[in-house]
Design a protein around this ligand. Structure first.
Ligand SMILES: CC(=O)[C@@H](O)[C@H](O)COP(=O)(O)O
Ligand SMILES: NCC(=O)COP(=O)(O)O
Length: 246
């Protein structure tokens, strides 16, 4: 069974269009947890363009007090600010991503061979707090890449599924991406690394991913799931507004 962690970045981005408190990030967190999600993912970025530091504290309190079984997964580049936030909030999982602050979104995994020493020191620091550490991993990292990832001491890698997600409408390229993802996942599992996955997974591309890449512990999904929520929720919202107007 693969667990679902819902990424609330997109909800926060919508909230930030106005100086108003809706959609409420913690309110939507309650909805997704009540609907059966296993946890919440956030990727606070230095410019706070979506998730704000205050959201991280509020979500942490909500999950601790109301959903103690839930996993809080915080993603980001291990800057001093990020590591301080992790110390304060102590989430169950930290996913380290090699983001530059100027990046529009995450678009590659770690260079495990080149940055092994740096990652090892950060992983050791994070594990003092008894948190699971997951490292963002290119889909074609292969056995060499995941072996170097394991040497850092991290318990998991998160497969970057963005290139697969970008193959919508192109089944041939999608199949090639799935082969790379499956090989890297199998290599990771074979050396005792657990495997997460995420980025641009959707209702459409998830079934083929599930079939091709067995053994994934957790997927984190935000953009596609939020788009789906708008699609299924808009009709009900229009009916509710019409009920007031008529
Ligand atoms: C780590 C990762 O894959 C990303 O999906 C990330 O969490 C999304 O970040 P943005 O929402 O800022 O694009
Ligand atoms: N860790 C990946 C993740 O949270 C995916 O986010 P999204 O691409 O589905 O928005």
């Amino acid at each position: 069974m693969t667990l679902l962690s819902v990424n609330l970045n997109a909800v926060a981005q919508l909230r930030n269009r106005r100086d108003l408190p809706w959609p409420s990030v913690t309110g939507i967190a309650r909805v997704v947890m009540d609907a059966g999600a296993n946890g919440i993912t956030v990727h606070p970025r230095p410019d706070e363009r979506h998730i704000r530091r205050t959201d991280v504290y509020e979500l942490s309190a909500l999950l601790r007090d109301v959903y103690p079984e839930a996993e809080f997964n915080i993603e980001g580049y291990p800057s001093d600010d990020f590591l301080d936030l992790i110390e304060d909030v102590n989430p169950q999982q930290v996913t380290l991503v090699p983001d530059d602050p100027a990046q529009a979104t995450s678009d590659h995994g770690w260079d495990f061979l080149g940055q092994g020493d740096f990652l090892t020191s950060v992983v050791q620091l994070l594990q003092r707090g008894d948190r699971r550490v997951s490292l963002f991993c290119d889909p074609d990292a292969g056995l060499g890449g995941v072996t170097a990832a394991k040497a850092t001491g991290a318990e998991r890698v998160e497969l970057f599924t963005g290139p697969y997600g970008a193959c919508y409408g192109d089944p041939v390229r999608a199949q090639a991406e799935l082969v790379a993802l499956a090989e890297t996942a199998a290599a990771a599992l074979s050396i005792g690394l657990e495997v997460n996955a995420g980025h641009d997974l959707t209702l459409e591309n998830l079934p083929a991913f599930q079939l091709a890449v067995p053994g994934v512990a957790e997927v984190s999904i935000g953009h596609g799931l939020t788009a789906e929520a708008l699609l299924v929720g808009f009709a009900q919202a229009v009916r509710a507004y019409n009920a007031v107007l008529r």
